[in-house]
Design a protein around this ligand. Structure first.
Ligand SMILES: Nc1ncnc2c1ncn2[C@@H]1O[C@H](COP(=O)(O)OP(=O)(O)O)[C@@H](O)[C@H]1O
Ligand SMILES: O=C(O)[C@@H](O)C(=O)COP(=O)(O)O
Length: 429
């Protein structure tokens, strides 16, 4: 990547929707930010920025590989002067006992030489709050939320001290809300106590944005932090307050219309996405893929492409693989969780490639792993952040792509209101 300025903040995101969510938060908080897909190539030309969010597809891969890829991103970011790195994880702490939050955090902490690392997935704007170490999604604990049925990372424990301890080699402690409410010095003292007793990672409560501002200030004492967009907000505000970032307005992206056909792909099976698909049925043609046929081979994707080509001239279309938790469980029991997920992701990538060949330059994708498969197939090296469609979901303008100008929206499964697909397309003229 060619860009001379030293980075104020380096970020490593474990999936692509999460990366665009964080890039959106940092931009809106005043940091000039770019999202790259993987570690950028040396010849990728990007504007001067304060923050780079390197997107990895490392949330659900083998832990050792996630560590290797995260370390490569870390080396690149440190090489561009980033004194602080945020490892961006999901606001619903998506992971399993095998990882990958713990193993990646352990490796990055060892490299950073920090005695203790602050960890919080809190993102109050989207209803993710942490109290006494327990993660709430809206009004319910994580283990009672729809995340209990996630196809790849079902979450069955809301106590993050326990969840992280099962994945990490270090002892995990808690900085509670009462300590946080006493301010920056109280948090520093608590962290020093915890570190003194051999605790290497502290889950920190946060309920309101002001909690994240305190956390952001303390986090900048360290070289590494782990969390979702909320801690990114805290870090960005602390950097802006310290005069270490310039106005994001300098990086405002062109809002010029792209035009041409538009399409949506949904591979997320979250309740939010299922509701959004149901609403989309009222305003655009929707094709539901048959997951069994997808797993059987390429015919289903070809059928979907033929269906799409007949309709693209008349307006946007949506193609979805999404199913209810019972149907997902049944498919997985027949084919295995990873095999089913991978086959469907590759079908989505085939579809995206076919759609772009048919002239589509405006593409909305629902689902983190799904977005990863699609963006990889399209070979897009990076994105600049545009208008915010919904909390955590910006319009993205591709940079350095061989297909020329293109705008995308990569939606986390759980984000967005019921009309998300039309909301997104309205901001992607
Ligand atoms: N009908 C289905 N049955 C089983 N798995 C599915 C189905 N549709 C999509 N998937 C898989 O479920 C996973 C959804 O994950 P992801 O795209 O990250 O969505 P989210 O953002 O909701 O987590 C992907 O691996 C996708 O291929
Ligand atoms: O923090 C979040 O919730 C999101 O940014 C995120 O990581 C999205 O992951 P998916 O739900 O898998 O898209």
């Amino acid at each position: 990547m060619t860009s001379a300025a030293k980075l104020s903040l380096g970020c490593i995101a474990d999936d692509y929707t999460g990366a665009s969510d964080l890039a959106n938060t940092l931009t809106r908080a005043g940091l000039r930010t770019v999202q790259t897909i993987g570690v950028p190539a040396d010849d990728l030309t990007l504007p001067e920025v304060d923050a780079v969010v390197v997107s990895l597809k490392s949330r659900s891969i083998e832990a050792g590989l996630a560590v290797t890829r995260s370390r490569a991103a870390e080396t690149w970011l440190r090489g561009r002067g980033a004194s602080h790195i945020q490892f961006k994880i999901c606001s619903t702490f998506d992971s399993t006992d095998a990882g990958n939050i713990g193993p990646v955090m352990d490796a990055l902490r060892a490299d950073s030489k920090d005695s203790i690392v602050l960890v919080t997935p809190a993102f109050p704007e989207t209803g993710r709050t942490v109290y006494q170490g327990n993660l709430f999604v809206g009004s319910v604990p994580l283990n009672e939320s729809p995340l209990k049925d996630h196809p790849l990372n079902p979450m069955h424990d809301s106590n993050l001290v326990r969840v992280l301890a099962r994945q990490s080699k270090t002892k995990v402690g808690l900085v509670d809300l009462a300590t946080l409410a006493r301010g920056v010095e109280a948090v520093r003292a608590k962290l020093a106590d915890l570190a003194g007793s051999g605790v290497g990672a502290a889950i920190i409560d946060a309920v309101f944005d002001r909690d994240l501002e305190t956390i952001g200030q303390v986090a900048l004492d360290h070289r590494l932090s782990v969390g979702a967009s909320g801690i990114g907000l805290g870090l960005a505000r602390a950097l802006v307050a310290a005069g270490k970032a310039r106005s994001a307005a300098e990086n405002a992206i062109s809002a010029a219309a792209i035009g041409g056909p538009a399409a949506c792909l949904a591979g997320s099976c979250s309740q939010a996405t299922l509701r959004q698909i149901a609403s989309a049925e009222k305003v655009m043609p929707v094709l539901h893929l048959d997951p069994e046929r997808v797993i059987a081979g390429k015919d289903e994707a070809q059928r979907a492409l033929a269906w799409t080509r007949e309709r693209l001239g008349k307006g946007p279309v949506l193609i979805a693989s999404s199913s209810t938790p019972d149907q997902v469980a049944a498919l997985q029991s027949r084919h295995g969780r990873d095999a089913a997920g991978h086959a469907i992701e590759q079908a989505m990538a085939d579809l995206a490639e076919g759609l772009v060949q048919s002239g589509v330059r405006r593409l909305v994708v629902a689902g983190g792993e799904t977005s990863g498969a699609v963006v990889d197939r399209l070979g897009i090296p990076g994105f600049l952040v545009g208008a915010e469609i919904a909390a955590g979901v910006p319009v993205l303008r591709a940079v350095g792509a061989s297909n020329g100008e293109m705008v995308l929206a990569l939606k986390s499964g759980n984000f967005g209101g019921p009309e998300f697909f039309s909301d997104a397309l309205a901001l992607m003229p």
